[in-house]
Write a protein that binds this ligand. Structure first.
Ligand SMILES: [Zn+2]
Length: 356
């Protein structure tokens, strides 16, 4: 068997070169007929597959005598390189032609002009929000966040709002169908409670975000808008401290000294409470369309934190005193840029945003 194999192999080595030359002619003629990926795959199986002549010779190499093995191996390797190079060449031709077919099918016209992507613009509401946040940052207020879906505890109960208060009514507040106690927050004061629960005073915080109220849509009102609130809880705070902070804010925001007045008002969570009016910075109090000829603008609500609110979060109201103020960000943006209708904010129309 062993000597027989040597003889056979000896013949094979002698004739291998001749066989390979014949095979190359066959490969050339077959490759000329490759027009698609299916024919390409058939070619690969025939010449590079497990049962191909090449694979058989690669297996056979171990039966070749040591003397002849280098020559045999060289011929087999050269054959392999030849087939692979033909295959690769055909493969890229097939890929190109299939891509060309696909492109012509999609009628893709590369000479067509592109679609212009218009660049965005910071929303005026964001611009004014950032400006106000910066002013309060400068006075030591740190930004905190809270959820928009809240429970009635955080939105009302902890904020000293009695169960029969009209604000709790479905006429004013959006309740969810998750539970009768789960609602969309109607103010950002909820964040004050959540922060006070976890952080002991002294603190100065600022929260802003979207709030929801069951309002009819018109030029002044939307069922959602954006609020910004500040809260300070420290020892020995007074109403005068709050007045200074708010007057300073108004001066910085409008860029000039402006007369303000604090009118007594009522909010369940502050006592005493006040509404801050500023002399109209656009007409210096003489009367214009922005102030409705009154010479004054109502800007925000404020007050000293009601002791009940502090008690609700286990802070001793005999030791700690707080003040809080809240403002509507749309209102400030409308004033600053003389925007006549709140609905413009929510159109997503770049023609609006790009004016600022
Ligand atoms: Zn005015």
């Amino acid at each position: 068997m062993c000597t027989g194999a040597i003889n056979t192999v000896g013949i094979m080595v002698n004739t291998l070169e001749e066989t390979i030359n014949k095979l190359k002619k066959e490969i050339a003629s077959d490759s000329a007929n490759i027009l698609d990926s299916r024919a390409l795959e058939a070619f690969r199986i025939k010449y590079l597959g497990e049962k191909s002549f090449l694979a058989n010779q690669q297996k056979n190499i171990r039966n070749i005598s040591k003397e002849e093995r280098p020559l045999f191996g060289k011929l087999v390797n050269e054959l392999k390189e030849y087939i692979v190079s033909v295959y690769d060449g055909e493969k890229s031709k097939v890929e190109d032609s299939e891509l060309a077919k696909k492109i012509s099918k999609e009628a893709f016209d590369i000479t067509l002009p592109g679609i212009y992507q218009e660049s965005g613009q910071e929303h005026p509401l964001s611009m004014v929000t950032n400006e106000i946040v910066d002013i309060f940052h400068g006075m030591g207020f740190t930004k905190v966040d809270g959820p928009e879906v809240e429970t009635d505890f955080y939105n009302f109960t902890a904020l000293n709002t009695p169960p029969d208060h009209p604000a709790r009514d479905e006429q004013d507040t959006f309740y969810t169908n998750i539970s009768p106690h789960v609602l969309l927050r109607s103010h950002t004061s909820t964040v004050q409670i959540r922060t006070l629960e976890k952080n002991p005073p002294p603190l100065r915080i600022l929260a802003h975000g979207r709030v929801y109220r069951n309002e009819e849509i018109n030029a002044r009102k939307m069922p959602f808008f954006h609020q910004l609130e500040i809260l300070a809880v420290e020892k020995n705070l007074t109403f005068a401290n709050m007045k200074w902070v708010l007057n300073e804010f108004i001066r910085e925001f409008f860029g000039k000294e402006i007369k303000t007045r604090f009118r007594p008002d009522f909010f369940p969570f502050t006592e005493p409470s006040a509404e801050l009016d500023a002399q109209c910075p656009f007409c210096d109090g003489h009367g214009c369309t922005t102030c409705g000829n009154r010479g004054w603008l109502e800007l925000l609500g404020c007050g000293m934190v009601d002791p009940n609110v502090l008690s609700a979060v286990n802070i001793d109201p005999k030791e700690w005193i707080g003040f809080a103020a809240g403002l509507g960000l749309e209102r400030f943006t409308m004033l600053k840029y003389k925007i006549p209708d709140i609905r413009y904010f929510f159109t997503g129309d770049l023609r609006f945003s790009k004016q600022f």
